[in-house]
Design a protein. Structure first.
Length: 263
């Protein structure tokens, strides 16, 4: 299947754009409860973008519900079945799934094939092109994962999330557009409280594209994840009228990764 048209070629050199903020929700399709929360945050809150897992329990339902929204691929190399039928058996778990613990050993060619298969599946499910690429659990910190993903990003003309300066430089050296700044985490406590939202907004850089990674959602119904009740705290933050009012006072309208491909 050919990749859907619509994305512009990535920038070959770093270009500093005017200040832009992307509020991206990870894990769309991971679980029905998580999906409902993300869609609520996209439609009625200030979240402006999301990334879809295409090999998770709620992937197909989530994609149907998310058509027309700004959706990228949340590349999953950590768990669940691989999408590429040629994914080597030697790199699978005993039950045939993806082995997240061994992802750092994956050859770049295997990552490239799986990333392309997942991207094509996203397009089939959504009926539209992805806005960008990011990776579940930031597994593109591994050099071979970053290399394989970059090949697909160049082919598709899509930006890739970077989480630090080293990754940003590596992506741009490969001709892949990426964000200038990144904020977000998921740990024992909820990251995006109302207080942290206000502090991050006050500290927003004066120029460049910033991504705030977030994980809003309702309690998971099918999957087991350490980031569960914390999602409901984040959902409350991004639905809160105070958040929308703060963005309006700062004259900031959250956008999505297409701000990079339009540059």
């Amino acid at each position: 299947m050919a990749l859907l048209p619509g994305a512009s070629p990535p920038l070959k050199e770093a270009v500093t754009l005017a200040r832009a903020l992307i509020i991206n929700a990870d894990d769309l399709g991971y679980d029905p409860g998580i999906t409902r929360g993300i869609l609520h945050a996209l439609r009625e809150g200030v979240v402006s973008s999301a990334t879809l897992l295409v090999n998770a329990p709620d992937s197909e339902h989530a994609a149907r519900q998310a058509r027309g929204l700004a959706i990228g691929l949340h590349l999953n190399l950590d768990r669940g079945p691989p999408v590429d039928p040629g994914f080597p058996r030697g790199w699978r778990t005993v039950d045939g799934g993806l082995a997240g613990a061994r992802v750092g050993e994956l050859p770049a060619d295997v990552v490239e094939a799986e990333a392309l298969a997942q991207l094509e599946r996203l397009e089939r499910l959504l009926g539209q092109a992805a806005t960008h690429l990011d990776v579940h659990k930031h597994l593109h910190r591994h050099p071979q994962v970053l290399e394989g993903l970059s090949r697909v990003a160049r082919r598709a003309g899509l930006p890739v999330r970077s989480i630090d300066a080293a990754m940003r430089g590596a992506l741009r050296a490969r001709g892949v557009a990426t964000n200038d700044h990144f904020v977000g985490e998921s740990g024992q406590t909820a990251y995006w409280t109302q207080e942290r939202f206000s502090a991050a907004l006050a500290a927003l850089p004066a120029e460049g594209v910033t991504e705030w990674m977030c994980h809003p959602g309702h309690l998971p119904e099918v999957v087991t994840t350490r980031y569960a009740s914390q999602r409901e705290v984040e959902l409350t933050t991004f639905l809160n009228a105070r958040s929308r009012e703060a963005l309006a006072r700062a004259a900031i309208q959250p956008t999505d990764y297409r701000v990079l491909t339009r540059a």
